[in-house]
Design a binder for this molecule. Structure first.
Ligand code: F55
Length: 823
């Protein structure tokens, strides 16, 4: 084919044309007529219709990208927590109104179709959702980019409660098919595992090579990532594992069916399920297989298919940055070295020079237990050549350290990529730091702590390597889509430029003092609460009172995030009211909402979930508290629920122990939707507070240096238990089995942990938290003042657009350029 074919013209953007396309999809795509179609048939037809409108842009984007060969960003992430796709595709293509009118003209309930979509939950929490926000912003900002990851057959587990205890169910998100994916089995790549390494000769030169023991195929599935009304559609490419040979027919014929399909099952296990741990990686073999699998596929794909044939890889740094989303893809570093040295025959130094310029590393944690390490034994068994390469990288790196600090044996041991205790293991964060052009934290405080503590030796060695990019969230999903009421109000006031230029929200500042604007702002919040009431009633059958303050804490369950602190406050209120020490009339009516999944193996987190539900049962049944205090804990918090819950919230709980939450992004979502924050001086809370000012933020608790001091002095939680009566009473209530039918043993582990260790200083911050909540009550009683603060929060949220994060990555790390798809 010599002549370029123009992509089929964009379909007419009329209701009629849309309807024709929709019916065609129903008839020919699903093989049904309207009358006999199921909700799923209709959802699939609708999704495919929208998809068609985006297709031309996608093809054009790919062609444009191919022709320009501009520097790209390849985002490597083991997780993408995408959320539902239909609404976003409709928004990006500006088809929402046409689609609704079209579908409704056929007598079909549009919202029912939207609700039919099962969200792809291919991530655990903040890190995965961040990746999803980033790919959205990359597309909207016209940055040539591709996201690489894993197409898990089962995403983050579905959480259910049985007697208040978390029970996990497999998240079979593909059970009704997904209209958003484009599989390309013909473009499958082969990836090796295990085996041995050996020397061999090529053109008289000695080389090392890897002889894997087994292979699997990676089949790419492409997903559209549409920019917001800009004609660009980027690609997200997720890999699915397949066996290289379907099954062994000979064995099958001999009657051993199980053995015949064993290899297939084995291979396909690699992309079967997302690991639900979000903070303590377990060092499981399958997890390392997943990591290497997607990274090897992605590098191969980029080098062989994205680059022009014959591209001189010496120029790779001008063509791409591989952004490493935490350490999960770091095995890409030795993989690129292996490709350059073993496969292409480059000299080590030459290869290392290029490798060191194409990777950049984002760290998302401060918890020591979250820093990934792989035992040398496992790595050597699964990826023997990669281990050799890591050893060599380490040797040369330690030479650099030795030159800089001669005779500093201790430092050498501290900085080595290979840890010696408790077992020999590869420290992936160190490998990433050594290999990366840049290392960034995800909020100012976090980046500072990385430099000062977690990676201090490295920051001393290479101060310029370290930088910060504060996280962000996409205003398309988290304001425009999630909060249409507030979006319309904002657009009416300042125009719609904010959708792609969130700093324009500043224009709302004067309106904080406009009584009419505030009234309408409250109207929107009230309507959002009613929408939530509806959703919860349908989802869980739980009821909430929309006339109460909605106080929300939604995030993964982890002790450092301190769901217990909030729960102790609720228990304390309950205790004081029921013992007659507090008049219920003096308590601000509140709905305490929780949403949280616990890692299945994290016992304490599961206990805390059990306790929240148990306390909920007790206080929700207490007649004295009727209409005043209520706990609601909808199961299975996910992106879809977040989109409904956050716009309804009055108060955002961001109460982690200072110095533990790298950034947080939920905090930004609440701010953008007009909730006020009660929070510690942690992560991006610090920046939120700087932007809104102390009057519009409820700060409490120890800051990071103070935490450090308390711990160094030998923290004794019992001293707080003994000296704060309300705290003691609340804990005693739990200890006595008040919430467990009198059985003291049920929640004993929580109580004894808080009284003995309390690693995250819940008791130390209790009084400060309760005092801050009292300030919240006072502020909330002043309706006008509260609304004013809420408007200021929205007006100052512009900084937290993930578009701004992308600009920071561009300026500080990628040095790529924005390229308009359409001139
Ligand atoms: C997932 C798997 C492993 Cl093995 C380790 C961690 C995770 C994970 O999900 N981490 C995570 O979500 N970290 C969070 O990243 C956010 C985005 O940067 C931060 O806002 C948040 O503070 C941090 O905890």
């Amino acid at each position: 084919m010599t002549q370029q074919t123009a992509p089929i013209a964009i379909r007419e953007r009329t209701v009629d044309a849309f309807t024709r396309e929709f019916l065609r999809e129903l008839n020919f795509g699903q093989g049904v007529d309207v009358e006999r179609s199921s909700v799923n048939d209709r959802y699939l037809a609708l999704a495919r219709t929208v998809r068609h409108y985006l297709m031309t842009r996608w093809i054009e984007t790919l062609r444009h990208q191919w022709e320009h060969q501009a520097k790209s960003v390849a985002y490597l992430s083991a997780e993408y927590l995408l959320g539902r796709q239909l609404d976003n595709a409709l928004l990006a293509s500006d088809l929402t109104d046409i689609a609704r009118t079209s579908v409704e003209s056929l007598g079909i309930d549009f919202d029912e179709l939207r609700d039919a979509e099962i969200e792809p939950g291919l991530g655990n929490g903040g890190l995965g959702r961040l990746a999803a926000c980033f790919v959205d912003s990359l597309a909207t900002m016209n940055i040539p980019a591709v996201g690489y990851g894993i197409r898990y057959e089962y995403g983050i587990f579905e959480q259910t409660f049985v007697d208040g205890w978390q029970v996990e169910k497999a998240d079979d998100w593909l059970r009704l098919g997904s209209p958003w994916e484009f599989p390309h089995p013909e473009a499958a790549v082969e990836v090796g595992f295990g085996g041995t390494t050996e020397d061999h000769e090529v053109d008289g030169e000695k080389r090392r090579r890897w002889v894997p023991a087994w292979n699997v195929l990676g089949v790419p599935y492409n997903y559209m990532v549409p920019g917001y009304e800009n004609g660009r559609v980027n690609t997200l490419r997720l890999w699915s594992a397949r066996a290289t040979h379907a099954f062994d027919l000979q064995i099958f014929n001999s009657g051993d069916y199980e053995e015949a399909v064993r290899a297939q099952t084995f291979a396909e296990n690699i992309s079967k399920v997302l690991y639900p741990e979000d903070s303590t990686p377990q060092g499981k073999e399958l997890r390392l297989q997943q990591q290497y699998f997607f990274v090897a596929c992605s590098l191969r794909d980029f080098l062989d298919r994205v680059l022009l044939r014959g591209f001189d890889l010496h120029n790779l740094p001008e063509r791409v940055t591989f952004q490493l989303n935490d350490t999960h893809p770091v095995i890409a570093v030795p993989e690129l070295m292996r490709i350059l040295v073993d496969e292409r025959g480059w000299k080590w130094d030459e290869a290392w020079a290029v490798t060191q310029r194409v990777f950049a590393y984002t760290c998302h944690t401060l918890l020591p237990e979250a820093l990934e390490v792989w035992s040398v034994e496992l790595l050597g068994r699964l990826l023997p050549r990669h281990l050799e390469i890591i050893y060599r990288i380490n040797e040369e790196f330690l030479e650099v350290v030795r030159t800089r600090w001669p005779d500093d044996e201790l430092r050498l041991r501290r900085m080595s990529i290979i840890a010696e205790h408790p077992e020999r293991a590869v420290r992936m964060a160190f490998l990433a730091t050594v290999a990366g052009v840049k290392v960034n934290g995800v909020a100012e405080l976090h980046s500072q702590l990385l430099r000062d503590k977690v990676l201090a030796d490295f920051a001393e060695l290479w101060p310029d390597k370290f930088t910060n990019v504060t996280n962000g969230i996409t205003p398309r999903r988290f304001l425009k889509l999630a909060n249409p009421g507030l979006s319309d109000l904002i657009t009416e006031a300042i125009g719609d430029g904010w959708v792609t230029d969130l700093d324009r929200l500043e224009g709302l500042l004067p309106l904080a003092d406009d009584a009419e604007f505030r009234r309408r702002f409250r109207e929107v919040k009230a309507a959002n609460k009613l929408r939530l009431v509806d959703m919860l009633a349908h989802r869980d059958g739980s009821t909430i009172d929309p006339d109460t303050m909605l106080d929300v804490m939604v995030k993964r369950l982890h002790e450092y995030k301190r769901q217990m602190l909030k729960l102790l406050h609720v228990i304390s209120l309950y205790e004081q009211v029921t013992r007659g020490r507090l008049d219920i009339a003096d308590v601000t009516p509140r709905t305490f909402a929780f949403g949280a999944k616990a890692a299945p193996g994290y016992r304490m987190a599961k206990q805390i979930i059990g306790l929240i539900n148990a306390v909920g049962r007790t206080i929700n049944d207490e007649p004295a508290l009727e209409g005043r205090l209520r706990i609601v804990f909808p199961a299975n918090y996910n992106v879809t629920l977040a989109e409904c819950l956050i716009p309804a919230a009055d108060l955002s709980e961001q109460i982690s122990l200072a110095g533990k939450e790298a950034s947080g992004t939920g905090n930004m979502k609440f701010m953008l939707n007009g909730a006020l924050t009660i929070g510690t001086d942690d992560g991006a809370n610090v920046e939120i507070r700087q932007l809104v000012g102390d009057d519009n933020f409820f700060l409490f608790g120890l800051d990071e240096p103070a935490v450090e001091k308390v711990v160094a002095a030998g923290y004794r939680p019992t001293s707080f238990y003994e000296s704060i009566p309300n705290l003691r009473h609340a804990l005693d209530l739990v200890a006595r089995g008040t919430f467990s039918g009198g059985d003291r043993s049920v929640f004993e582990p929580i109580v004894s942990n808080l009284l003995s260790e309390d690693r995250f200083l819940v008791l130390a911050d209790f009084q400060a938290y309760v005092d801050a909540q009292a300030r919240v009550d006072v502020a909330y009683a002043d309706t006008e003042g509260w609304t004013r603060s809420a408007v200021i929060n929205v007006a100052r949220a512009g900084f937290f657009s993930s578009d701004r994060s992308m600009r920071d990555y561009l300026d500080r790390i990628w040095h790529a350029r924005q390229v308009a798809t359409r001139p």
